[in-house]
Design a protein around this ligand. Structure first.
Ligand SMILES: NC(=O)c1ccc[n+]([C@@H]2O[C@H](COP(=O)([O-])OP(=O)(O)OC[C@H]3O[C@@H](n4cnc5c(N)ncnc54)[C@H](OP(=O)(O)O)[C@@H]3O)[C@@H](O)[C@H]2O)c1
Length: 271
């Protein structure tokens, strides 16, 4: 999916990341793709992973065609600890260090409390919290070696405002806590850790986009709950991530930043 900007930035967008060496998990689609595109356009050196090799290849071709270099990519599942750790080490070797990592891959398995099984709960935990913990653990020596760095954890509005599915909200809440705790633990090494909680984002082909086209009345009711009547965009969230990776945010660590246009609940059926 293209962001429609063909790699062009408005004044101020993506500033402060020029030359930064950053690894983003889940960068081939959705929010992760927009983060990768913004950072690449801002002059960062990128590594990213996802499970689908074709999507990584088309991202590479697109960035390269825009003159933003080729990201270092690898097809892997972030819930496989050794594969993720090897990728972090390989990226650090390729770039001779790392300045930042973004834990963006994530999602939910299973439905409500009566339907979701133990495997749905453990997979949801691993996709969000487990992968973030292992990413940070693997990145710490490389960030420390660079004199410090920035970790951004992509949580969710579901992590601090209740809504279905509970296994997803609980995992996202844990990511917010993890970021605050790791900010204290890693602060002495000059490593900052922050959580960003996007609101519901309009991503082509995904849940809210499908609702927009398939259930326009329900979508209109959802939009009526929002102060500006519009969902936050992945590009807007990506800009906050870029800020947190930049030195302009050197005083920000252990923070939880909602980027949701004051959205009230994660879903139209929120509580
Ligand atoms: N969408 C929203 O409205 C929303 C709102 C708040 C927070 N968030 C959070 O924002 C983050 C991104 O969400 P999104 O909606 O942009 O997701 P998405 O469109 O589903 O994209 C997810 C990206 O992560 C990759 N990915 C997914 N599972 C993976 C795995 N197990 N191993 C490796 N890569 C994996 C995907 O590629 P492959 O499928 O090829 O692996 C893709 O590149 C997630 O943490 C999500 O919880 C989303």
């Amino acid at each position: 999916m293209s962001d429609g900007r063909e790699g062009r930035l408005r004044p101020g967008e993506g500033s402060g990341v020029d030359g930064k060496r950053v690894l983003v998990t889940g960068g081939s689609r959705g929010l992760g793709e927009q983060i990768v595109r913004l950072l690449a356009a801002g002059g960062a050196r990128l590594a990213t992973c996802a499970r689908t090799p074709e999507d990584l290849r088309s991202l590479t071709a697109s960035l390269s065609a825009q003159g933003h270099g080729e990201p270092f990519t690898r097809a892997l599942d972030v819930t496989e600890p050794e594969l993720l750790e090897e990728f972090v080490d390989a990226a650090a070797e390729r770039f001779s260090g790392l300045d930042g990592v973004v834990a963006c891959a994530g999602g939910a398995r299973g439905r409500g409390i009566e339907e979701a099984g133990a495997r749905d709960w453990s997979l949801t935990w691993e996709m969000n919290v487990g992968h973030t913990a292992r990413l940070v653990k693997a990145a710490v020596p490389h960030l420390r070696g660079a004199g410090g760095g920035s970790v951004v954890v992509i949580a969710s509005i579901s992590g601090w405002k209740p809504g279905p599915q509970a296994q997803y909200g609980a995992a996202k809440a844990a990511q917010i806590h993890l970021a605050a705790a790791l900010a204290r633990e890693l602060g002495p090494d000059g490593i900052r850790v922050n959580a960003v909680s996007p609101g519901s984002m309009l991503i082509p082909g995904k849940r809210w986009d499908r609702m927009r086209t398939e259930e326009p009345e329900a979508y209109a009711r959802f939009m009526a709950e929002l102060p500006r009547g519009e969902l936050v965009t992945p590009w807007e969230v990506a800009q906050v991530v870029a800020f947190l990776l930049s030195d302009a945010s050197s005083g920000v660590s252990g923070a939880h930043l909602p980027v949701d246009r004051a959205q009230n609940a994660p879903t139209p059926g929120g509580y």
